[in-house]
Design a binder for this molecule. Structure first.
Ligand SMILES: Cc1cc2nc3c(=O)[nH]c(=O)nc-3n(C[C@H](O)[C@H](O)[C@H](O)COP(=O)(O)OP(=O)(O)OC[C@H]3O[C@@H](n4cnc5c(N)ncnc54)[C@H](O)[C@@H]3O)c2cc1C
Length: 395
């Protein structure tokens, strides 16, 4: 087994790390405080190829693999998860579905400016009645004279209201199946479409320099050819999109956990009590050791899931495992990092206070921990223990 990244994967990781540590990390506290979307940072990340890292080169993307993307996203998120989620939601949720399911015309028109990073793209699933249960979608799209007429609303949609947002792909009810279940489809809505508006941004606990809005559709009309993928396949497309998104959110979590360890190590070496650095107390050393062990394990889980995806093999269970474990690792790391800082960690002047606020969302977005545990258990219960174990070692 070879744990070394390829030269190309290493190049992406180092490029992201250099940029993130020199340009993003020093501004993260201010961006959080001012809740400002960092247009200049996103523009530079586009120049570096990060905003289209896994997207096809023929449409202006960087053509990198998923391992490279996970390594780069970890480094960006280690500097600031607000910027990390902007990159993740744009690439994994916004652009990948168009790259995978789009027609050539849709890719040329909608994906190309986004793969180059000039525009951002959003994915709108969540609604008042449709959170974990996508089947609760109430937004409707009816076909009328060659146009989809969309009515309804969405909430908390990332990257939906920036000055450079190109549009959103929305999940909508396009009919009813036998037994009354909704027929769900995904439709592309460009930003300037009449009848499509956005509400004000939210006041959030974390990810405060990222962009989320409620979306409103009132007799919003788009051409019939804006259907993404097959009619009625919306849920299936969404679940496949989410598998990869979970690995990405896990990478983001590893980055945040690593940032917690970085700060905790610095503080433990510097802070003197009882005439010596607190790093010399075994109680502090054990916290640092536990953080490092869990981060190592979480990173390996992310990279294994990413590696399976790159090989075109099944990775759904590994994606859910990585998502749950990495997000919970980050939460424990943030908690211990504050503990190691003592009262200083409770002050908004310390980075770890910000990390502690930011970390919670990782257990919620792109599939809560509860749902991911259910996915893992469901897969396990379908087979006997030996088969399950064999599959976990190698698929
Ligand atoms: C900052 C932010 C950005 C977001 N960005 C986007 C975006 O870009 N696009 C988008 O579409 N959405 C986005 N979301 C929405 C996000 O994906 C949802 O918040 C998430 O899917 C959970 O849905 P919910 O919040 O409605 O929780 P709910 O579904 O109401 O769940 C509440 C609780 O019940 C539990 N629960 C629900 N069902 C079950 C079950 N069957 N068994 C056991 N437990 C269950 C959940 O695990 C959770 O603990 C964003 C959310 C936030 C906060």
């Amino acid at each position: 087994m070879n744990f070394d990244p390829t030269n190309e994967q290493r190049r992406w990781r180092d490029l992201a790390r250099d940029y993130a540590q020199s340009e993003i990390r020093p501004r993260a506290a201010q961006l959080d405080r001012e809740q400002k979307f960092p247009y200049d940072i996103v523009a530079e990340m586009a120049n570096l190829g990060l905003m289209g890292l896994t997207l096809p080169e023929e449409y202006g993307g960087s053509g990198g693999d998923f391992v490279a993307y996970s390594l780069a996203l970890e480094e960006i998120s280690r500097a600031d998860t607000s910027v990390g989620v902007t990159m993740e939601a744009h690439v994994s949720l916004g652009c990948v579905p168009i790259a995978v399911y789009g027609t050539q015309e849709q890719k040329e028109r909608f994906l190309a400016p986004c793969a180059a990073g000039e525009r951002l793209w959003a994915f709108g699933l969540t609604e008042e009645e449709a959170g974990t249960d996508a089947g609760g979608t109430r937004t409707t799209a009816e076909l009328e004279d060659g146009e989809w007429v969309i009515n309804g609303s969405k909430k908390w949609i990332t990257n939906s209201g920036t000055d450079i947002t190109g549009g959103v792909t929305v999940m909508a009810r396009t009919g009813v199946r036998e037994g009354g279940r909704p027929e769900l489809s995904v439709i592309i809505v460009p930003q300037e479409t009449p009848g499509y508006t956005r509400g004000p941004a939210y006041e959030k606990l974390g990810w405060r320099a990222s962009d989320q809005h409620p979306l409103y559709f009132e007799d919003c009309r788009v051409p019939e050819e804006n259907l993404l993928g097959e009619r009625g396949h919306g849920l299936r497309q969404f679940l496949q999109t989410l598998d990869a998104g979970r690995v990405a959110v896990a990478a983001l979590s590893v980055g945040l956990a690593q940032a917690c360890l970085d700060e905790a190590l610095k503080r433990a070496r510097k802070r003197q009590q009882f005439g010596k650095a607190i790093a010399e107390f075994q109680a502090i050393q054990f916290k640092l050791a536990d953080m490092a062990m869990e981060i190592e394990l979480a990173r390996n889980m992310v990279l294994k899931a990413a590696w399976l995806k790159d090989l075109g093999r099944a990775f759904g269970r590994e994606a859910s495992m990585a998502k749950v474990f990495a997000s919970e690792t980050a939460k424990r790391a943030a908690d211990q990092a504050v503990q190691i800082h003592g009262g200083e960690g409770f002050m908004e002047t310390s980075a770890v206070a910000r990390y502690w606020r930011q970390v919670k969302i990782n257990e919620i977005g792109e599939g809560t921990s509860e749902i991911n545990r259910q996915i893992i258990a469901r897969i396990l219960l379908r087979e006997n223990a030996d088969e399950a174990k064999a599959k976990m070692v190698a698929q």
